[in-house]
Design a protein around this ligand. Structure first.
Ligand code: PLP
Length: 427
């Protein structure tokens, strides 16, 4: 297929890239047919590609760029930090500053361990839960993505599902036999798996809003139910807030839904566009990490001063006004999607939580991974291509979500709504 925009230079770069980088990309989610555009620069809510195209960006690097690209305050802070050194291998004061900020915001956070990615954060949190409870099994929801490590790379969403490999070869059955999979939003499934594995389950890990199969909010009362049943059974509740952390509210999903988990993992926004992750939670558990306890977790770049600086600068800007505005923008676009689909008689369901949203081409409500998979993904890709041809970039998959940043202004929203109209009309 040919896209009706100039992509000559991107095509050349993709051909070159394929020779050296697997599939021409460094993360599978970045690939779409016939080839992705190659970005040259980014500013505010725009991506500029090698062929001179400008795209309004709702992917935002899969979440982190809440203040828009190339935010001046973040860049200046990072530039100043660079003069002071970029990696130390010994502690520095800014790590304390960012840790305090995390603890002030996230309800369950009493102590923090900084790591380098969301993947490392969930891997560490699960190890901690297993170490603390001395149990091996974990519960994971079908379609949830907690990073690309062995404990959780089964029946996963995001790029693995998009590219047809929700269960990755190369992961020993011995590892995943301890990962118990159940559908999201289903209380009975949780009760059943707990009763069949009495005193064997270390933790339930979940995305409080499933963002890697589109956008699936929890049913009313579901998170509360998980809180109660885990407490009753000595199971640790881990909120993987790599997407929802600092996005749904100052305190992420825990504050938004009024639930306190035992542990939480964050990443993305925490680094303001630089690589970072964090494991946080109750002190009694966190203190069991080495060097205080026996459960090992370590990393050369843990608490890297550049990422930490960018994180401090980012969180400073995430106040009530920020949440009100980004939520309003996502609400406007979600309403537009609903109304436009209705106008053109297209079966569609739109979900929106704070500044996260996604449309599914489906006539039934989406509450689980199986529901999401039953959507018309071909239609989604048609919609994606027309948006792209009209200067709007959303993640190239039904199984991702869209984000608004503080930089999506009224003019940008207006342009986006025009593009949505053109795209829906063409379906
Ligand atoms: N957890 C969730 C909910 C995610 O969405 C992701 C990545 O998209 C991860 C974990 C892994 O984070 P990272 O890509 O930083 O390793």
């Amino acid at each position: 297929m040919e896209l009706n925009i100039k992509m000559d230079r991107s095509k050349e770069l993709f051909e070159e890239s394929k020779k050296y980088l697997v599939g021409g990309v460094n993360s599978p989610v970045r690939l779409f047919k016939p080839f992705p555009f190659f970005v040259k620069s980014a500013k505010d809510c725009f991506l500029y590609d090698e062929d001179g195209n400008e795209f309004i960006d709702y992917c935002l690097a899969y979440g982190p760029m809440v203040l828009g690209h190339a935010n001046e305050n973040i860049l200046n802070a990072v530039k100043s930090q660079m003069d002071l050194g970029t990696a130390y291998g010994v502690p520095s004061e800014k790590e304390i500053t960012l840790a305090k900020e995390v603890i002030n915001r996230i309800p369950c956070a009493e102590m923090v361990r900084f790591v380098n990615s969301g993947t490392e954060a969930t891997m560490g949190a699960i190890r901690l839960a297993r170490g603390v409870t001395k149990r091996n099994k974990i519960i994971k929801f079908e379609g949830a993505f907690h990073g690309a490590h062995d404990y959780v790379l089964v029946k996963t969403g995001s790029g693995a599902l998009t590219h047809g490999a929700p269960n990755s070869p190369g992961i020993p059955e011995d590892t995943t036999k301890n990962t118990l999979l159940i559908p999201f939003n289903d209380e009975e499934a949780v009760r059943k798996v707990i009763s069949e594995n009495k005193e064997e389950i270390a933790c339930i890990i979940l995305e409080p809003v499933m963002g890697n199969v589109g956008c699936i909010p929890p049913k009313d009362g579901y998170l509360q139910f998980l809180r109660e049943i885990t407490e009753e059974n000595g199971i640790l509740l881990i909120f993987d807030e790599v997407i929802t952390g600092f996005r749904l509210s100052k305190g992420g999903a825990q504050e938004y839904y009024g639930i306190k988990s035992d542990l939480a993992t964050v990443g993305k926004i925490l680094g303001g566009g630089f690589p970072i992750g964090a494991i946080t939670g109750k002190k009694e558990y966190m203190e069991q990490f080495s060097p205080n306890g026996q459960i090992y977790q370590a990393g050369t770049f843990n608490g890297n001063p550049i990422s930490v600086t960018a994180g401090i600068e980012t969180l400073k800007n995430l106040d009530d006004k920020f949440y009100k505005e980004t939520t309003k923008k996502a609400g406007i676009l979600s309403n537009c999607l609903r109304e436009t689909a209705e106008k053109y008689n297209i079966p569609a369901k739109v979900y929106n939580v704070a500044s996260i949203f996604q449309v599914y081409f489906n006539d039934k409500e989406i509450v689980t991974y199986e529901d999401a998979k039953s959507s018309d993904t071909e239609k989604f890709m048609k919609y994606f291509y027309t948006l792209l041809e009209n200067g709007v970039f959303v993640a190239p998959s039904q199984f991702e979500c869209c984000f608004t940043s503080i930089k999506h202004n009224d003019e940008v929203l207006e342009k986006t709504m025009n593009a949505i109209d053109i795209a829906m009309k063409k379906l």
